[in-house]
Design a protein around this ligand. Structure first.
Ligand SMILES: Cc1ncc(COP(=O)(O)O)c(C=O)c1O
Length: 464
């Protein structure tokens, strides 16, 4: 492959045509990736070099690179440098400006898994990440990690919660977990929820329901509307705990209004119940002011459940609980019996990574990336009269309503035959199926070309 400096990049700028220069640079580079003149893995010139060659400010090239990275066309390489994403699917080797015909796939094509729950991990491994893990690997104490988690990591998590969520978190309240499921299991044991009613959202997160059911809790499904869980219904029944996703209802996307938040907390207090607040992806909001977390409104009544699965990677298996002081001993008793679950090396690495400010930077970068993908998806769906996005201004997935009468399982089987995997909204329901047929599409790790492919495939099957 030719060295970056020699690449003859096909960028021709027209200063008089009114399109911002960074957009012109991005469009030219995107077109070059799509038509194959910049093949996967090609190293791009340094921003300074390209800026000098084009006679534009370095910030112009930087913005174009950022945008294309957000869309998934470019990626940071090992060490330094920007490359054409090595994992681009073969389907990209067509001109995307052609109107989307039938999806270009088939059994031999690459599988495009857009079921929700997958963040983009391609830009995670950078200098800060490597340094944190290298330094963590050099410390090997002769004992188990502390039951509650490494003090340095708990301090960083508390600081993150204070800054990002406005939760008055104290490091002493933090318990490091191996993710949401493990945190929830700890809560069921510590709060003695076996055999007792636990309110869950319907539709809601099936994996969390499975944990509760397996450990003997009696699930009580509560309906959800466009604002989140129906607190009026929930509060009218007895409950020992309520598992909710107030900052971004999973999967429908509602943001629980403050009056419902307060009513939920009042109901919990009245029945001496605990609210389990699953705050799985609240870092990703787009033009939506954050509402106070339940744990910020009433720290004594809420166990706040956080995870690094969305902001970093599910591969880590790491998360945390914020436990009210009065309940801490019960949680630590369970932890003592079941043993520590998160490796000390991992905790050390995470503590170093957070302390360096890298998590904050990674979240900001990911938020920009997701905003590009979300905007692209919104545009694609707006062009399809038979597909309707239920607008959610947060998170990493979209719920797409399909024409009335669509048989979603058969549709998803057809799509899977073509290598496009989506989820059926009905699979999130406990009781009645959703009123309208819909699919759930995760765009956290998708390139814009992959979104083109998925929406085209979906639209072809939903023609009127
Ligand atoms: C509602 C909800 N909570 C939590 C999680 C994360 O779970 P974990 O921390 O076990 O990876 C997810 C992942 O998809 C989710 O959808």
């Amino acid at each position: 492959m030719r060295p970056a400096a020699e690449l003859d990049l096909p960028v021709r700028l027209e200063r008089a045509n009114g399109t911002p220069l960074h957009r012109q640079v991005a469009e030219a580079l995107r077109a070059a990736v799509l038509d194959g003149s910049l093949p996967a893995g090609t190293r791009l010139p340094a921003t300074r070099t390209l800026a000098a060659r084009l006679g534009v400010a370095r910030a112009t090239v930087l913005t174009a690179y950022e945008q294309l990275s957000g869309e998934g066309y470019l990626e940071a390489g090992h060490g330094s440098g920007t490359y054409v994403n090595r994992h681009l699917p073969a389907v990209l080797a067509v001109d995307s400006r052609r109107p989307a015909a039938a999806p270009a796939t088939g059994r031999s094509g690459q599988v495009l898994d857009l079921r929700p729950g997958r963040p983009d991990t391609r830009r995670l491994v950078d200098v800060a990440w490597r340094r944190a893990w290298r330094e963590a690997a050099e410390v090997v104490p002769p004992a188990d990690p502390p039951l509650q988690g490494l003090p340095a990591l708990r301090a960083e998590i508390a600081a993150h919660l204070r800054a990002a969520r406005g939760v008055p978190a104290d490091p002493d309240d933090v318990v490091v977990t191996a993710g949401t499921g493990e945190g929830l299991a700890l809560a069921v044991h510590a709060l003695g929820l076996g055999g007792r009613p636990v309110a869950v959202e319907d539709p809601g997160y099936p994996a969390a329901r499975r944990v509760l059911t397996r450990l003997g809790a009696a699930l009580d499904p509560v309906p959800v509307d466009e604002h989140g869980v129906r607190v009026d219904v929930l509060a009218a029944r007895p409950f020992a705990a309520a598992l909710v996703t107030p900052s971004h209802q999973y999967p429908l996307g509602g943001v629980l209004p403050v009056d419902r938040r307060l009513a939920l907390l009042a109901a919990a207090r009245a029945s001496a119940a605990v609210v389990l607040e699953d705050d799985y992806d609240s870092e990703f909001r787009f033009g939506l002011a954050p509402l106070p977390a339940l744990a910020a409104l009433d720290p004594a009544a809420v166990v706040h459940i956080g995870t690094f699965s969305k902001v970093l990677a599910p591969w880590l298996r790491a998360g945390y609980l914020l436990v009210p002081a009065a309940l801490r001993a019960a949680f630590l008793d369970v932890r003592e019996d079941l043993g520590t679950v998160v490796s000390g090396v991992q905790q050390q690495a995470l503590a170093g990574y957070l302390a360096s400010g890298a998590l904050r930077r990674h979240i900001a970068r990911s938020r920009r990336d997701h905003a590009h993908r979300r905007a692209h998806l919104t545009r694609l769906l707006a062009e399809q009269p038979t597909l309707r996005s239920r607008d959610s201004r947060a998170g990493l997935h979209a719920v797409i309503a399909l024409p009335e009468g669509t048989a979603v399982p058969a549709l998803l089987r057809d799509l899977a035959e073509e290598g496009v995997l989506l989820a059926d909204l009905a699979d999130y329901a406990v009781g009645a199926a959703p009123a309208e047929p819909a699919v759930v599409l995760g765009y956290g790790a998708a390139t814009t070309a992959e979104l083109d492919r998925a929406v085209a495939a979906l639209a072809v099957r939903c023609r009127r």
